[in-house]
Ligand binder design. Structure first.
Ligand code: AHR
Length: 488
């Protein structure tokens, strides 16, 4: 590997490390919130502390599919007057709207994060959406600012990121791109700048490789869009038959999941090429508003709640995906892994009062040094991980330099059988030493954390990197992720 320590591949937007909290399963209720002794929902301090340790650049809410079913007015005002609704999409459970706009914005304040609010295009009116926007942001005298104040909040929240619907090609209304492009133009027109806040308008983007969606949307509405929200999940099976198991998989399952995760590179390359035709200045962000692994839900968990375990395999698909994002920084500026707590590829799982950090949490933790840093160009002989006559690149990585001049290098070896020796030089600069190193690895591919043993898989100090005569040699074990801090 050769890293160009004086090069600049662009800044790694912190928003690539975004999170997502939908009214789905135990993500909100019994996730970020729990009931206190008076039967009232309160924000969980332990969860907030763990997420703050990680740093949450943004949090997307209230969906997901739920967003196009959500009427914000149900979630403001006195709690005992809020109507109950049925969450038909996710488990058919009754939603009592205990967590609404004010509660979510309290969470945002506790996490010191930036909200991404997704509006309802699928079943709400233009007026609903415009009123919500005014409720969130109007600083002066207005009907919605008055209501907000009556509900206990004088100041606007200054929400900048706003989604105009979610998956409008699917659960958000099964629309054709032509129809959605027109609706987008209409709805987004009524999101006005208020005070210091100009709306950053995010359009429903394509599902995976639906390039027609991107083409039509860019052609018909590109000049009014600030970000296009691509969704892509990683499955080891199929949507219709069996998605694959979270824990009980074999090496075939390991290989397939890695292969699917790596498809992200092709998707970003192709969607970007289309966007470049209509927006050569690269003004419009390509956002990956939902990504992550999607397995069959945990046996015995509530149907429709999408609760799944999370192993070393998930952790390495995350590092490989983050590496891919860092290769597309010219346009890919925001992403949200789905979802933060108890849903899909979560950071945190809870069981009553207990909680654990998942292996994917630890990937995000090991990668946080790259946030806001400058991505350094590098050349890497990625080698091959072979299995049953097929092969994938074995190695993947990110190198960056932060504002203090510290160089960080993350390398993932997806090969579950063979270690790799990587020699690294900094081109013309001389490497002096390894300041620190951490590794995430385990003997078994499906190692994971449980409530009884929550620290089974956590990063360990790494001593397998040495500098000799300006060259760094890293002994990268099979199925491992390493992050190093280097001094030149
Ligand atoms: O994240 C779970 C669901 O996946 C979201 O609600 C939806 O947008 C996507 O299909």
């Amino acid at each position: 590997m050769t890293i160009d320590a004086t090069g600049d591949n662009g800044q790694i937007s912190r928003h690539l490390y975004g999170h997502f909290a939908e009214h789905l399963g135990r993500g909100i209720y019994d996730g970020f919130w729990k009931k206190d002794s008076a039967d009232q929902y309160i924000i969980r301090d332990d969860v907030v502390a763990a997420m703050k340790e990680l740093g949450v650049p943004n949090l997307r809410w209230p969906g997901g599919c739920f967003a196009d079913y959500y009427f914000w007015e149900h979630g403001v005002g006195p709690k005992d007057e809020r109507p109950t609704v049925v969450n038909n999409l996710w488990g058919g459970v009754t939603e009592d709207n205990s967590v609404g706009t004010h509660e979510f914005m309290d969470l945002v304040a506790e996490l010191e994060t930036e909200p991404i609010v997704v509006g309802n295009v699928g079943s709400g009116t233009v007026e609903d959406m415009a009123n919500w926007w005014q409720y969130l942001n109007h600083p002066g005298e207005s009907p919605m600012a008055k209501r907000r104040a009556e509900n206990g909040r004088e100041e606007p929240w200054n929400v900048r990121f706003f989604g105009v619907g979610n998956e409008s090609w699917g659960c958000g209304g099964h629309m054709r791109p032509e129809f959605y492009a027109d609706l987008y133009r209409q709805y987004s027109t009524f999101l006005h700048g208020y005070g210091d806040v100009s709306p950053f308008r995010i359009a429903t983007g394509p599902a995976g490789n639906d390039y027609v969606w991107t083409e039509v949307l860019m052609e018909r509405a590109g000049d009014r869009i600030d970000g296009i929200d691509l969704h892509h999940y990683t499955l080891d099976g199929s949507w219709t038959t069996h998605k694959g198991q979270a824990v009980n998989f074999d090496e075939g399952g390991w290989f397939r999941l890695m292969e699917r995760a790596m498809e992200m590179d092709e998707l970003l390359t192709n969607h970007k090429a289309i966007m470049d035709t209509y927006d050569p200045e690269k003004r419009v962000w390509l956002i990956v508003g939902e990504w992550g692994t999607w397995h069959e839900q945990e046996e015995g968990s509530t149907p429709g709640f999408l609760y799944q375990q999370n192993t070393l395999r998930d952790a390495l698909t995350a590092s490989v995906t983050l590496d891919i994002f860092h290769q597309h920084l010219d346009r890919v500026k925001m992403a949200n892994i789905a979802q933060t707590i108890n849903v899909l590829q979560a950071m945190i799982l809870t069981d009553g009062e207990r909680m654990l950090r998942t292996p994917t949490y630890h990937t995000f933790d090991m990668y946080k040094v790259h946030r806001d840093a400058i991505a350094l160009p590098f050349e890497l002989d990625r080698g091959e991980y072979e299995r049953d006559g097929e092969s994938l690149p074995a190695l993947s990585g990110t190198a960056s330099i932060d504002a203090e001049g510290r160089i960080h290098l993350s390398l993932t070896n997806i090969d579950p059988n063979q270690s790799r020796t990587v020699t690294v030089s900094l081109g013309e600069n001389t490497l002096k030493r390894v300041v620190s190193g951490r590794i995430l690895t385990a003997d078994a591919m499906n190692t994971h954390n449980t409530f009884d043993a929550p620290d089974t898989l956590v990063p360990q100090l790494f001593s397998g990197a040495k500098v000799k005569k300006g060259t760094l040699t890293i002994e990268l074990p099979a199925k491992s992720l390493v992050t190093l801090e280097l001094a030149d």
